[in-house]
Ligand binder design. Structure first.
Ligand code: ZN
Length: 140
């Protein structure tokens, strides 16, 4: 469920509330070599619907990354959490996210929140030895 039905919230007078869902994000969001999502994105937020039908959400995105350590190349993982703050307006003439036909689609805001908190590298949870590509290494 990546959408919020504004008409339904208005009809039910649910102008505030909490929501959470999971989103299986595409690994293409990740820019680190040999690293993938180890879990779906856990999305949690509270929302507020204003009289002009604009919607504000504030919460978090949390997920696990799994793949090769960028230093020693061993399999490792990391738990990541980031902020999700977005403002949606029912008009295209705005600097915020816009929506149409009464349906707010959260996908873009969630994906941008995920990308904003992605690290540049993945490394072991404990210190590890960087792999050395030394010309002095000889096979005995
Ligand atoms: Zn490592």
């Amino acid at each position: 469920m990546m959408t919020i039905d504004i008409r339904k919230l208005n009809a039910q007078k649910k102008y505030e509330g909490d929501m959470e869902f999971e989103y299986s994000a595409p690994d293409s969001l990740i820019d680190i070599p040999f690293v993938k999502f180890g879990t779906p994105i856990k999305v949690r937020f509270s929302y507020e619907l204003f009289e002009d039908d604009s919607l504000e959400i504030r919460g978090s995105v949390a997920f696990r990354l799994e793949g090769q350590c960028s230093r020693c190349l061993k399999e490792t993982g990391a738990d990541i959490e980031g902020e999700l703050d977005a403002y949606f307006q029912p008009t295209k003439d705005c600097e915020d996210y816009s929506y149409s036909n009464g349906i707010v689609d959260l996908k873009k805001a969630v994906e941008e929140a995920v990308m904003a908190c992605l690290p540049f590298t993945l490394s072991c949870e404990e210190e590890c030895e960087p792999i050395r590509f030394s010309s002095d290494d000889t096979v005995k």
